[in-house]
Design a protein around this ligand. Structure first.
Ligand code: SF4
Length: 243
């Protein structure tokens, strides 16, 4: 469903108002679209008890329950917590990280799902951003999660080490977005090796954006205003990226 106006969030992170009186959408945050069978049962119970018995799958690998009454949002959150689920994925923060099956796909060059877990742990607490910030991971150049249409897009690749052995590498894009004025992200002139460096680079981009962006400005527009060189100079000075 379309992104909501970001000022229209009277409820805590994860709830937003429907056009219909007294009704809310509850967006349940998942990492990389991963959900257990037990969590699906809790979700089904929650849909029956608090919604209309329907679960909506979002375009960014989350789930939503619709038609939640204002007075019942707390009870819903309590029930979801019994399955280790929580509402989230709205507002001016790092949104749900999406990822393809990665190493479970015959084309996969990286373990997208595991990387999503690591990046979520590193990025989820950034607050005070100018706008929403999205991350997408694809296990290979086929780009099934549209990494070029995302603030940070990560694509699996290969890079030869000093002995000529092909090793896992990450190809990075920055500054993509959809919406009314879509923009294609630019490929960063680096190939990052190692999960720790990848997490450092992603966190540094989020911090740069937090510090440089004007209110309501997406990373794509910050890069358009300040130039990719400004971001690259900062990354080169503060992380272990190599050309
Ligand atoms: S991006 Fe590549 S690895 Fe991921 S699902 Fe698509 S084809 Fe498979």
């Amino acid at each position: 469903m379309p992104e909501t106006p970001q000022q229209d969030t009277p409820k805590p992170n994860g709830f937003y108002k429907q056009p219909q009186d007294d009704l809310y959408v509850a967006r349940i945050k998942l990492i990389a679209g991963h959900i257990t069978s037990d969590q699906l049962r809790v979700l089904a119970d929650a849909a029956d008890q608090f919604g209309e018995g329907v679960v909506h799958l979002t375009t960014r690998q989350g789930v939503e329950l619709h038609d939640i009454r204002d007075a019942e949002t707390e009870g819903l959150a309590d029930l979801l917590s019994t399955g280790g689920l929580a509402c989230g994925g709205t507002g001016k923060r790092v949104r749900t990280i999406i990822a393809c099956p990665g190493s479970r796909c015959k084309y996969g060059l990286i373990d997208s799902q595991a990387i999503a877990e690591v990046l979520n742990a590193r990025l989820q607490d950034y607050e005070g951003l100018a706008s929403k910030f999205k991350v997408a991971i694809s296990g290979c150049p086929n780009g099934c999660t549209s990494p070029q249409a995302t603030c940070i897009g990560i694509m699996g690749g290969r890079r030869k080490d000093d002995e000529g052995v092909a090793r896992e590498a990450f190809v990075l894009y920055a500054g993509g977005k959809m919406g009314k004025r879509p923009m294609i992200g630019q490929r960063l002139p680096v190939k990052v090796s190692g999960l720790e460096t990848l997490a450092d680079v992603c966190a540094t981009i989020v911090e740069w954006y937090r510090d440089q962006a004007e209110q309501r400005e997406r990373l794509a527009n910050t890069l358009k205003r300040l130039g990719m060189d400004a971001l690259m100079n900062h990354l080169t000075a503060t992380t272990d990226i190599g050309g």
